[in-house]
Design a binder for this molecule. Structure first.
Ligand SMILES: Cc1ncc(COP(=O)(O)O)c(C=O)c1O
Length: 425
C-alpha cells in the first residue's frame, strides 16, 4: 500500500487530508510519510536479511537530510553514505554510528579528510590515486589508519538520464579501469592506508536490473585480479541508484494516464535479489547506498495556483512553488506527477505548470494534460521526497518551504518555513 492515496476524490497522506495540512502550514510545503520511509527501508533489507549475508545499508543522506528523517533511519540501524564534511556533521549529530559511515566524492578537501579521520569513520571511498596519497599523508600525520575502498568506473551504461549516470568512461567518478590495478598496488604500499573494499555506483534512477548484474560481475572479476596480487578485499559496495516510479504513481478516473516507456519497475527487494546469488558465494561483506529509493515516494511538495495566463501558444498555470523548492524538473527535465488536491470532473487542458522564479527553466511540468485548475487551487507534486528539499535554494531570495512528517494519525512540523531574517545569516 502507498501511504499517499486518493479517497473520495481527495489526496491523503497517511490518515490526513493533504488539504488540511496545507491549510495549517501554508504552501509551498513538503509532506513526508514516516511509514512509507520505513516500508522502503525494510523492503530493501529483507532479501539481505534472508540471505544471511553480512551487510551495511548506508543511506545516501544527500537524498533527504531532514534531521527527523535522518534520526528515523539511524534508529532503524542504517549507516550513512556521505558526500561532504557537512553531511558527516549531520550524520554524527543525528545518530549514525561511526563504523557505518562511508565517505564518497571526487573532491574531498584536506579539511574534510582530516575531520573524517579524526572521527574515525568506517570508510573512505576513494576516486583517484592523488586522493589516496593525500589521505595517506593526513592519516600519517594524525597517527591513524584510513580504511579505504577504491571506486572503479566500470563503463556500464545504466540507461538513465545522462546527468545522473556516474559509471561511464565520460563521467568524472571512479577510477579508470585501465589504471585500477596500478592504483590498488600503489595504495597497498602507502603508509596508514588499509584497503578494505571495492566500490561502483553506476548512476541514479536506474529502472532495470541488468546494469546491476553487469556491475557486480565486473566487480567480482576485478576482485579476483586484485586478490591475486595479494590484496585482500573484504567489502563489496555496489552503490545505490535503485529507480522509483515517477509516472502514473496514483491513478484515478480524473487523472490522465501518462505514457511510460517503462512497462514495469523492479521491486526494491528485486534489485538486491538479482545480485545476491552472484555475491553469495564470494564470502565478502556487502554495502549498499540507496538514497532516492528510501525517500522519493515518501514525500510530496504541495503548492498553490497563483494565476492562470493564456499566452499566444500556451496556457500557463503560475504557482507559488518552483525551481528553488524542487530543482529536478529544471535540472534534468525530470517528470513528476502533479495531482490536484481535490479531483473533479472539470475536464482537462494542456498547460505549462510554472513557478514564480525569474528563469524560463522554472517549471514543474511542460505541456501537461491535467484537470483544469484555477487561482487558489492546490496540488501535490508527487515523488518529491528525494533530491527535493536537499537541492532547494534561496534563489530570488525565496524562503525554503516548511516540512511536515506524517505518522499514522499524528503529524509533526519537522522544519519550519524559513524566515526573512534567515536570508542574511
Ligand atoms: C556514491 C553514491 N552512492 C549512492 C548514491 C545514491 O543514489 P540514489 O539516490 O540514486 O540511490 C549516490 C547518488 O548520487 C552516490 O553518488
Amino acid at each position: 500500500m502507498n501511504h499517499f492515496y486518493i479517497k473520495d476524490n481527495r489526496l491523503y497522506a497517511e490518515n490526513f487530508l493533504v488539504e488540511d495540512l496545507a491549510q495549517e502550514f501554508g504552501t509551498p510545503l513538503y509532506i513526508y510519510s514516516k511509514n512509507q520511509i520505513l516500508k522502503n527501508y525494510r523492503e530493501i533489507n529483507q532479501p539481505l536479511v534472508n540471505s544471511k549475508l553480512d551487510y551495511i545499508n548506508c543511506y545516501a543522506i544527500k537524498a533527504n537530510s531532514n534531521p527527523e528523517i535522518l534520526k528515523l533511519l539511524a534508529e532503524e540501524g542504517a549507516g550513512a553514505e556521505i558526500a561532504s564534511g557537512g553531511e558527516l556533521y549531520l550524520a554524527l549529530k543525528f545518530g549514525y554510528l561511526r563504523n557505518k559511515i562511508t565517505f564518497t566524492g571526487v573532491g574531498k578537501t584536506d579539511h574534510e579528510i582530516e575531520y573524517a579521520l579524526k572521527e574515525n569513520i568506517f570508510n573512505f571511498t576513494v576516486e583517484s590515486l592523488q586522493e589516496i596519497k593525500v589521505i595517506s599523508e593526513i592519516a600519517h600525520r594524525l597517527g591513524v589508519i584510513a580504511r579505504i575502498s577504491v571506486r572503479v568506473n566500470p563503463d556500464i551504461d545504466p540507461r538513465t538520464h545522462p546527468y545522473i549516470t556516474t559509471g561511464m568512461k565520460e563521467n568524472k567518478f571512479g577510477i579508470d579501469s585501465r589504471d585500477i590495478l596500478e592504483v590498488f598496488t600503489t595504495a597497498s604500499k602507502l603508509p596508514n592506508i588499509d584497503i578494505i573494499g571495492i566500490h561502483a555506483h553506476i548512476g541514479s534512477q536506474i529502472t532495470e536490473i541488468q546494469p546491476y548484474i553487469d556491475s557486480v560481475k565486473y566487480l567480482i572479476d576485478l576482485i579476483k585480479i586484485v586478490e591475486s596480487k595479494g590484496i585482500n578485499i573484504r567489502y563489496v559496495n555496489f552503490g545505490g541508484g535503485f529507480g522509483v516510479r515517477y509516472k502514473n504513481v496514483l491513478t484515478h478516473r480524473y487523472i490522465p494516464l501518462e505514457e511510460d516507456n517503462n512497462s514495469s519497475y523492479p521491486s526494491l527487494g528485486g534489485y538486491i535479489e538479482s545480485v545476491i546469488e552472484l555475491l553469495g558465494s564470494l564470502g565478502k561483506k556487502l554495502i549498499i547506498e540507496p538514497g532516492r529509493s528510501m525517500t522519493a515516494n515518501a514525500g510530496i511538495l504541495v503548492g498553490k495556483v497563483l494565476y492562470t495566463k493564456q499566452g499566444e501558444l500556451k496556457k500557463f498555470i503560475i504557482t507559488d512553488t518552483g525551481m528553488n523548492d524542487l530543482m529536478r524538473p529544471c535540472l534534468y527535465q525530470a517528470y513528476h506527477q502533479i495531482i490536484p488536491l481535490v479531483l473533479s470532473d472539470t475536464g482537462y487542458e494542456t498547460v505549462d505548470i510554472v513557478g514564480p522564479v525569474c528563469e524560463t527553466s522554472d517549471f514543474l511540468a511542460l505541456n501537461r494534460k491535467i484537470q483544469k485548475m484555477e487561482r487558489g487551487h492546490m496540488f501535490a507534486v508527487m515523488t518529491a521526497g528525494a533530491y527535493g528539499y536537499t537541492l532547494s535554494s534561496n534563489y530570488n531570495a525565496r524562503l525554503r518551504p516548511a516540512e511536515v512528517l506524517v505518522d499514522g494519525d499524528k503529524y509533526h512540523l519537522i522544519r519550519e518555513r524559513e524566515k526573512l531574517e534567515e536570508l542574511h545569516y
